[in-house]
Design a protein around this ligand. Structure first.
Ligand code: SF4
Length: 91
């Protein structure tokens, strides 16, 4: 069973109004490249024009981006409120 299948069994209760991770406006390209490789959910991406894309909705709350790049790229990193965020289901 590959990782995508395992991740697919998790459930997300996304807080649409209050993102728990917010990136800085001025993104350091080198730091972003690190997170493109390091985020286990693959949430740090670039489009075909090289624009930065980030979607907090699929976050696994692992903290990797926070540990690796912290305030150099993140304006905010918090756990989602209450019952929001990921609900792990080990499949
Ligand atoms: Fe990706 Fe983990 Fe950061 Fe969430 S906490 S954005 S899953 S590296």
């Amino acid at each position: 069973v590959n990782v995508d299948v395992k991740l697919g069994v998790n459930k997300f209760n996304v807080d649409e109004e209050n993102p728990h991770i917010v990136l800085k406006d001025d993104i350091d390209p080198a730091q972003f490249d690190i997170l493109m490789k390091a985020c286990p959910a693959g949430l740090y991406k670039k489009d075909e024009k090289g624009q930065y894309l980030f979607d907090y909705a699929g976050c696994l709350e692992c903290g990797t981006c926070r540990v690796l790049c912290g305030e150099t790229i993140l304006k905010k990193w918090e756990y989602p409120c209450g019952t929001l965020g990921i609900e792990f289901r080990y499949g």
